[in-house]
Structures are given as structure tokens and as C-alpha cells.
Ligand binder design. Structure first.
Ligand SMILES: NC(=O)c1ccc[n+]([C@@H]2O[C@H](COP(=O)([O-])OP(=O)(O)OC[C@H]3O[C@@H](n4cnc5c(N)ncnc54)[C@H](OP(=O)(O)O)[C@@H]3O)[C@@H](O)[C@H]2O)c1
Length: 279
């Protein structure tokens, strides 16, 4: 049996097993199974060894270990060495390689809605584990004109800016592209406003930014990485203002799609049935 895992803590909420096991069945990988496993930091080294010994075929890594697992892998592509955020482990040439499919998953989720990254002004709220992948999408894969970044703990946003400022030249971007704002401070009107915080996971939670100016920019897209609940207050308010909205479901699907392909060589189907699995 080929065993796959998603590891994290907590992990009970993860929908990755439902998705990957659906694809294994659909694509006739009858000897493959995907499970969730709650782990502690001390278990990470062993998980990597188990991949090396072929006890486990592939692993997804989620909160809070995407950074920690980096210290145990054998190698990683350039962009992951930069963000040090790993969500997919694959054995290649006897080495355990750490990839991050969140970046590409995020990018595809926008592109399939005809949203082009070039020359856009974006406002990123949050500076947690997933935010480097979102920043990377806008810089490495995109080429945004301006990126505003705000986090409750300002120092974390500043840390991210420090890292990414060094990369801007490589991607022919202006050195003042990234600007830090105070928490709940207004940015100029942007094309995309994205919530990368976990505020909204609980139904009553709400970000207290004033977005009322977006009444005059209906075409602005409000994107919440959260997909459960389907519509956070951040998205509900945007919809009521008449702005465009999107939740994190398609990003989640695409990051899983890319991981599945790395492990099996097969591009798994994304259809209405699989999209419904996540509702
Ligand atoms: N759709 C997808 O595929 C996908 C992929 C990855 C993550 N996500 C979602 O993205 C969200 C963040 O994930 P993560 O891994 O970055 O989590 P994380 O590392 O725990 O970071 C949490 C972020 O939320 C902020 N935050 C938490 N509580 C807050 C509060 N009460 N007020 C203001 N800010 C608060 C934190 O600010 P401080 O720094 O000040 O604590 C930090 O910026 C989660 O909801 C996760 O489900 C979705």
C-alpha cells in the first residue's frame, strides 16, 4: 500500500484526505491511501526518514509546521529556499525534496478567473505562515505594481518586507514596491485586497478595517484565503458593497492538484463533484 499523509496540529479539520482519496479512486490508484496525522515538532525528523525509507510515499505539511519542516528536508527549489515554507514532500533520487504548491495554487485560482497579476495594486492583510507564498506569487510569478502589507504584529510584516525587498531587483520591480501599513490603517484604493489572517475562521470574527471607500471601486476583488466558512464577514461586507469576492477553495484545490501530480504523475480531475466535496 502506498501511504500518503497530511501532518499538522491540529489536523482534525483537514479536508485533504477526502480530496486525495477521491482522486486515488477516480484515477484507479487502488493501492494508495491518504490519511491525516496530528504530529509534534519532535516527530518531523522521523516523518522525513519514513519518506526516505519508502514507508510513506508523500506528505502534505500544514499549520504550524510549514517552516519547521524546512530544517529536515534534503533539498528545495530556489523559491522555497527563499520563503522557507514547505507544504509538499516528495522523494526524488533518494532525497526528500520540499516544495510549496500554495504559491502556484493561489496564482492559478486568480488566473482561471481572468485576473492578471501584472501592474496591479494589492493590499495583503496578515503576515503568518501562508503570507510568504502569497507575496511570492505577486513578486516571483506576477509583477505587482504596489504591495501594501499590514499585520497585527507589525514586526512580522517588517521581517517579510526585509526578505522580499532583496528579491525585488531580480524580478525587475521597483525597490519601494512593498509598503508596510499600521494595523487597520487605510491603504490607497487597490485592485485586490486579500485576507491571509485566520480572522474569520470563527463565524463572528471580523477584521475592523474601513473599506467604505471601495463603494467607489466596485471592480476591486476581495479574496479571503479561508474557505470554511464559505463566506467570512470580510467577504460578506465586500459583497454588500458590490465588490467582487472569492474564497480560498480553489486555491486549496489547486495546491492539492499540484501535489497529487508530483506524487503520481497524473493531473487529477477538477470537476463539479470534486468542488462539492469541499462544501
Ligand atoms: N486556501 C488555502 O489553500 C489556504 C492555504 C493556507 C492557509 N489558508 C488559510 O490562511 C489563514 C492563515 O494561515 P497561516 O498558516 O498563515 O496561519 P498563521 O501562521 O497561524 O498566521 C495567522 C495570521 O492571522 C493573524 N491573526 C490571528 N488572529 C488574529 C486576530 N485576532 N486579529 C488580527 N490578526 C490575527 C496573525 O497575526 P499575528 O502575526 O499578529 O499573530 C497572522 O498574521 C488560515 O485561515 C488558513 O486556513 C488557506
Amino acid at each position: 500500500m502506498n501511504k500518503y499523509l497530511v501532518i499538522g496540529n491540529p489536523i482534525a479539520h483537514s479536508l485533504s484526505p477526502v480530496l486525495h482519496n477521491y482522486w486515488f479512486k477516480k484515477h484507479s490508484f487502488l493501492d494508495s491511501i491518504y490519511e491525516k496525522k496530528e504530529v509534534e515538532k519532535k516527530d518531523l525528523k522521523k516523518i522525513v526518514e519514513q519518506i526516505k525509507n519508502d514507508e510513506i510515499k508523500g506528505v502534505n505539511v500544514t499549520v504550524p509546521f510549514k517552516r519547521e519542516i524546512f530544517d529536515f528536508i534534503d533539498s528545495a527549489p530556489h523559491e522555497v529556499q527563499f520563503t522557507k515554507s514547505v507544504n509538499t514532500l516528495v522523494k526524488e533520487n533518494n532525497k526528500v525534496v520540499g516544495y510549496n504548491t500554495d504559491q502556484e495554487g493561489f496564482k492559478i485560482s486568480l488566473e482561471e478567473n481572468d485576473w492578471n497579476f501584472k501592474n496591479k495594486k494589492v493590499f495583503i492583510i496578515g503576515a503568518g505562515g501562508v503570507t510568504p507564498s502569497i507575496l511570492s506569487s505577486f513578486i516571483r510569478l506576477g509583477g505587482a505594481e504596489k504591495i501594501y502589507l499590514s499585520n497585527r504584529t507589525r514586526s512580522k510584516a517588517e521581517e517579510l518586507k526585509k526578505i522580499w525587498d532583496k528579491a525585488l531587483g531580480i524580478y525587475q520591480m521597483k525597490k519601494d514596491t512593498i509598503e508596510i501599513l499600521d494595523w487597520e490603517e487605510k491603504s490607497e484604493l487597490c485592485d485586490l485586497i486579500i485576507n491571509t489572517t485566520s480572522v474569520g475562521l470563527k463565524k463572528d470574527e471580523k477584521l475592523n478595517f474601513d473599506f467604505s471607500d471601495y463603494n467607489n471601486k466596485k471592480e476591486a476583488l476581495f479574496y479571503d484565503l479561508i474557505y470554511n466558512p464559505k463566506e467570512t464577514n470580510f467577504l460578506k461586507d465586500a459583497r454588500k458593497r458590490g465588490n467582487k469576492t472569492m474564497n480560498g477553495k480553489m486555491m486549496f484545490l489547486w495546491q492539492a492538484h499540484l501535489a497529487f501530480k508530483m506524487w503520481t504523475g497524473v493531473s487529477p480531475i477538477i470537476d463539479e463533484e470534486v468542488i462539492k466535496l469541499l462544501d
